[in-house]
Design a protein around this ligand. Structure first.
Ligand SMILES: Cc1cc2nc3c(=O)[nH]c(=O)nc-3n(C[C@H](O)[C@H](O)[C@H](O)COP(=O)(O)OP(=O)(O)OC[C@H]3O[C@@H](n4cnc5c(N)ncnc54)[C@H](O)[C@@H]3O)c2cc1C
Length: 418
């Protein structure tokens, strides 16, 4: 019987494992609760009407159609039985493994205030993005209908909580939408009066970047009419608005970009985790004491060169490639590559049209050139010619016409399936 590798999660890490095992002679089962692989770095552009869902996600089954050694299963994992070496699916199905790869990513963390999720959705899945897009567009529509000026202003107040790259990218586009694109289309509501707030508990925005790039980003946002509030956390959130630094700010649209927590893998494995619930792994990315189990990407606490590896896409892909090399070596009876070493690919964030920041070691770039580099890098990392072409054309269209094209309100809000 062939060696059975089961991979849970077809995100950046899981997919890379499957790609790295091409021709290895094993039987691979890839399980994901969604039918698509998602390019999360551009999710905010779906949420803010720049891109369509199919531009940044691909059916997993179609990506692996040539791989006769891979079986793709649409299923939600609810447990792992390490004694019998089986993965337990919702509904009771069990999938046996010889080697298991757990790469189920991360989810939002509301720091114990889970009730905020209803009023401040986070951005992690395509459903999250279309929910946020729907709320954004409906807020403008309702402002156009509103008779009461205070209600209209509350509808035109948008708050994003958390000023990492996602928060900064969201407010940058919302400001462009409200202040530049929509004013010509609304008659009763003056969307130029929209308030866009970026709330950050820490002392500065983009804390992972150097202080000068963070200051540049804050100034660029201010020029776009974004109010940046640092140094005070949001302490309350309801359908009426938010409280920041003791002040109640009526805001009908709030987006959470403040924290993540690892998937439930730690519980499934009964393993030791860090404060964010990430599984502590051995240097070769396996579970200490159980070399048959690899834990990768956002769901793992990985240390490289004495430092924790950040939860970013390149880190997840590199870990996926490393795990695949280790599995291949084991199957061939060769010594494995040993401990994982992370190659830092730098930090990138856009602030809006013609403004971005890039940091790679000591190299720093900001402004229009950084924006173009950011764009080219993201197009390069998309999968397939169709997506690259469509995204490049969408961006070119927005750049030349000043119009965002994915502005349809098409669905009711759906109950969460987490
Ligand atoms: C909005 C946003 C913007 C980001 N921007 C950037 C950026 O600009 N640059 C960057 O480098 N990184 C960025 N990241 C981080 C990056 O996307 C993650 O670090 C990366 O996706 C981690 O890869 P992963 O394989 O660990 O998890 P993921 O890519 O999240 O994949 C996890 C997979 O597991 C599946 N899954 C989860 N639970 C289950 C279950 N119970 N059963 C079955 N399947 C399950 C999910 O459906 C998913 O397909 C961003 C993340 C977000 C959310």
């Amino acid at each position: 019987m062939k060696h059975r590798v089961v991979v849970i999660g077809a995100g950046f890490a899981g997919l890379q494992v499957v790609l790295g095992l091409k021709g290895a002679g094993c039987e691979i089962t890839l399980i994901d609760r969604r039918n698509h692989h998602l390019f999360q770095p551009l999710l905010y552009q779906v949420a803010t009407t720049l891109l369509a869902t199919s531009d940044i996600a691909w059916p997993i089954r179609a990506l692996l159609r040539e791989r006769r050694d891979v079986t793709t299963l649409l299923g939600t994992v609810e447990g792992i039985d390490r004694d019998t070496r089986q993965v337990v699916l919702r509904g009771g199905g069990r999938i046996p493994y010889d080697t298991l790869v757990v790469s189920t990513g991360a989810r939002h963390a509301y720091f114990g205030k889970d009730a905020w999720e209803a009023d401040a959705p986070g951005l992690k899945t395509l459903e999250d993005a279309t929910t946020i897009r729907r709320r954004l567009l409906l807020a403008f529509e309702r402002a156009e209908l509103a008779e009461d000026p205070a209600e209209r202003q509350a509808l035109l107040t948008f708050a994003v909580i958390g000023a990492g790259p996602t928060g900064v990218e969201l407010v940058g586009i919302i400001a462009e939408l409200a202040h530049r694109i929509l004013p010509a289309e609304f008659r009763r509501a003056d969307t130029r009066k929209a308030r866009i707030l970026l709330v950050e508990a820490g002392p500065r925005i983009l804390p992972a970047f150097s202080a000068d790039l963070s200051a540049y980003a804050a100034a660029a946002l201010a020029r776009r009419g974004v109010e940046v509030r640092t140094g005070a956390p949001m302490t309350e959130c309801s359908a009426q608005g938010i409280v920041v630094g003791g002040e109640l700010i009526p805001a009908r649209t709030v987006i959470w970009a403040a924290g993540v927590q690892a998937s439930r893998a730690q519980e499934w494995l009964g393993a030791k985790g860090d404060r964010a619930g990430r599984v502590m792994v051995a240097p070769d990315l396996t579970l200490p004491g159980d070399p048959a189990v690899f834990v990768l990407g956002d769901t793992a606490h990985v240390v490289s060169d004495g430092k924790p590896v950040p939860g970013v896409a390149p880190a997840a892909k590199q870990q996926g490639a490393h795990a695949a090399r280790t599995i291949r070596a084991r199957l061939a009876g060769r010594p494995g590559p040993g401990g994982f070493r992370y190659r830092d690919m730098g930090n990138l964030a856009t602030i809006g049209r013609n403004a971005a920041v890039i940091e790679y070691g000591r190299f720093r770039l900001k402004g229009g050139l950084a924006w173009w580099v950011w764009g080219v890098a993201h197009i390069y990392f998309l999968i397939g010619a169709r997506s690259r072409l469509f995204v490049a054309l969408s961006w070119l269209w927005v750049f030349l016409s000043g119009q965002n094209s994915a502005r349809l309100i098409t669905q009711r809000e759906l109950p969460k399936d987490r």
